[in-house]
Design a protein around this ligand. Structure first.
Ligand code: GLC
Ligand code: GLC
Length: 642
């Protein structure tokens, strides 16, 4: 008897049966399309199709033409599997646990700012290798509207690059070269929206009904069913989340800028079209795709349209597609949302990697307050993830710092979360008395008073102010803060991610205000160019850049020798001294305790006495009776067996 979608979704055996049936029916045409990749593809389809079918049906089972779209999808998987280059097919057969190595180290850069173009980037591979970097996120580099494309996050064509960087072929060659040098290339998958100049958008603008269904073209009444419950992301630039299309008068959904059109994933044709673009990028050599703005990809009237259950099904469906046609590909979640929601994207069958915005925000919090309670208590609740997955721990990225911690934990600690966020904004924009920071406000919301902060690492920790004030002690503290932050992202568990330029302590670049296309987006203050001269200063110990770089190198090299700092588990510890931050790493019966002093004064740690410790960072054995930390000191302590 024929079964309905609902019956299939309830019964794994039926799903298995229907998958086998679909495979049998399609095997001849899939085999032809897959060419010599058919044997591998067939095995993977047998394993993964039931999962993909379940997800596809849960998303599109109500559509009368669902099976047609599924068939199209399978054909495109076969086609793209045939196009997968031989070197990537070899990687497909390997285990994907590289992010668990104690030497795993990531970096992110804009190709133009870091190296001018793809050719220039190839020339900087020796610098990357010298720095220990083996994962490189090349910030958006696709064809995009000029002059403003939200830093490339408005993509007009996923298969063409910005002409000034070089061609797609050059990018593809560069990515192969990076693989050969042991560096995993990472690209953005900007899949929540396209630019309004993408060919799909152009067709939709011209009135093509099929392509209008790729986006949201809403009447005023339809728009108003959604609008009241949505968050405004860029309130300084534009109010609301919709933009009126000039010709039709209809309202297009634009969560971010008015030129970034949200895709309508309720339409299976959109899923298939984007799956094809995704596999294209994977086949050019991307080892990881950064899933941009993934919290926003599913909309439902009456909700915030963020983090909806179907957003998860959708990402899992993309993941199933990758497991079948490009198994080496990993996903990195960019969910800058409430910590309870961030962790929901992390799973082997969804995103294997995820930015850790909670750690990022609360490291800054602890530096401002010299108190680590909120950091410790928040991470205690939200650090554990599936052991096959990894956090991507970062101090800064190309975006702003938003204060996305869990309010209920703040309340438990007697902190009023709203007041505290105001304080942090004041502190990091240098308006709070005694603040060491020189950050810039980003997107002040006139209605809610909400605000975020932009700035380079060095400016935010106090280098910029100390230099202006010519204050040697403050400069010393600022350098110690950099070392402290780096020591944590390198040892707390996960893949550390550097933001190129920060490793040399480069400061804010205020010249963006002179560029009309950039002046309204203060995140450009922390997107700085890196010159040859600056790179050369990395190895000279008598420059500030050199000192910062070499401190960092010492941390990186020490970490690489300690396997438990890669794959080990993490437990948050506490000490009665609130200025100290403590955590333990454990692997195969070995352990290491990190103790970090978040204040500019010496601090005693009482909770670890009675044991002899060896500090891996200073290579010294410490007395068992009293652990005294110097200002901003980080210790990586291995127990000494007596
Ligand atoms: C992500 C990017 C950010 C961009 C936004 C819209 O949050 O990191 O730079 O503005 O997505 O694509
Ligand atoms: C929103 C998004 C976040 C992005 C930011 C850009 O907050 O949630 O992903 O980083 O906008 O400013």
């Amino acid at each position: 008897m024929q079964k309905t979608t609902a019956q299939l979704l309830e019964n794994p055996e039926l799903l298995q049966f229907e998958s086998e049936k679909a495979l049998k029916r399609l095997s001849q045409s899939l085999k032809t399309a897959a060419k010599d990749s058919w044997p591998e593809l067939k095995t993977r389809l047998e394993q993964q199709l039931p999962a993909l079918l379940e997800l596809y049906l849960s998303l599109y089972g109500e559509h009368y033409d669902c099976y047609y779209h599924l068939e199209q999808l399978l054909k495109l998987l076969a086609k793209s599997s045939a196009q997968r280059p031989a070197y990537l097919r070899l990687e497909d057969a390997e285990p994907q646990d590289w992010h668990k190595a104690p030497s795993a180290l990531g970096a992110a850069c804009y190709v133009d700012l870091f190296a001018k173009d793809f050719k220039g980037l190839a020339k900087r591979i020796p610098y990357l290798k010298q720095s220990g970097i083996n994962y490189l996120h090349l910030m958006p580099l696709f064809k995009a509207p000029e002059p403003n494309s939200d830093g490339g996050y408005a993509v007009s064509d996923y298969r063409s690059t910005m002409p000034q960087l070089g061609s797609m072929q050059q990018l593809s060659d560069l990515m192969q070269q990076l693989h050969q040098q042991g560096i995993k290339p990472v690209l953005d998958f900007v899949f929540n929206h396209t630019s309004d100049e993408h060919r799909w958008a152009e067709k939709a603008k011209a009135g093509d009904a099929e392509y209008r269904e790729f986006y949201f073209f809403l009447t005023e009444q339809e728009r108003d069913q959604f609008a009241p419950s949505l968050r405004e992301i860029f309130p300084e630039i534009r109010r609301g989340c919709f933009t009126q299309d000039k010709t039709s008068g209809l309202w297009v959904w634009t969560t971010f800028n008015s030129f970034q059109w949200d895709l309508n994933y309720a339409n299976p044709a959109v899923f298939n079209a984007m799956a094809e673009e995704m596999l294209f990028l994977a086949n050019q050599g991307a080892s990881v795709l950064r899933l941009d703005a993934l919290a926003f990809v599913w909309k439902q009237a009456g909700t915030s349209c963020e983090n909806l259950p179907k957003a998860h099904s959708l990402i899992k469906a993309f993941n199933a597609v990758a497991r079948i046609a490009a198994p080496a590909l990993q996903f990195k979640s960019e969910a800058i949302v409430h910590p309870d929601e961030v962790v929901k994207y992390i799973a082997p069958e969804e995103c294997q990697l995820s930015y850790n915005p909670l750690l990022m925000a609360l490291l800054w919090d602890s530096l401002a307050t010299r108190n680590t309670r909120l950091l410790t208590e928040s991470l205690r609740k939200r650090f554990d993830i599936d052991p096959q997955c990894s956090w991507v721990n970062y101090i800064r990225c190309h975006d702003d710092i938003g204060w996305t911690f869990d309010d209920s934990i703040a309340w438990q600690l007697g902190i009023n979360p709203d007041h505290h966020r105001q304080f942090l904004n004041q502190f990091y924009t240098g308006q709070f008395e005694g603040s060491f920071a020189a950050g810039v406000p980003f997107q002040q919301n006139p209605v809610t008073g909400d605000c975020r902060v932009a700035g380079m690492l060095s400016s935010l920790v106090g280098v910029e102010k100390a230099e202006i004030e010519n204050n040697a002690l403050h400069l010393e503290h600022a350098l110690q803060r950099i070392c402290l932050l780096n020591s944590i992202i390198l040892s707390i568990g996960g893949l550390p991610l550097l933001y190129m330029g920060d490793e040399l302590g480069l400061k804010n670049d205020y010249s963006y205000v002179l560029d009309p296309a950039k002046k309204d987006d203060s995140r450009w203050v922390n997107r700085v160019a890196v010159t040859d001269k600056q790179l050369a200063s990395a190895i000279s110990a008598d420059t500030l850049s050199g000192r910062i770089y070499q401190q960092l190198q010492h941390l990186i090299q020490t970490r690489a020798k300690l396997p438990l700092l890669g794959a080990g588990s993490t437990t948050l510890l506490s000490d009665e001294n609130p200025q100290l931050f403590l955590y333990q790493r454990q692997l195969d019966g070995k352990r290491l305790v990190a103790v970090v002093n978040f204040s500019e004064h010496a601090q005693l740690c009482n909770s670890l006495t009675g044991q002899l410790w060896h500090d891996e960072l200073s290579n010294k054995t410490l007395p068992a009776d009293a652990l005294l930390l110097t200002p901003y000191q980080a210790l990586w302590l291995s127990p000494v067996n007596s």
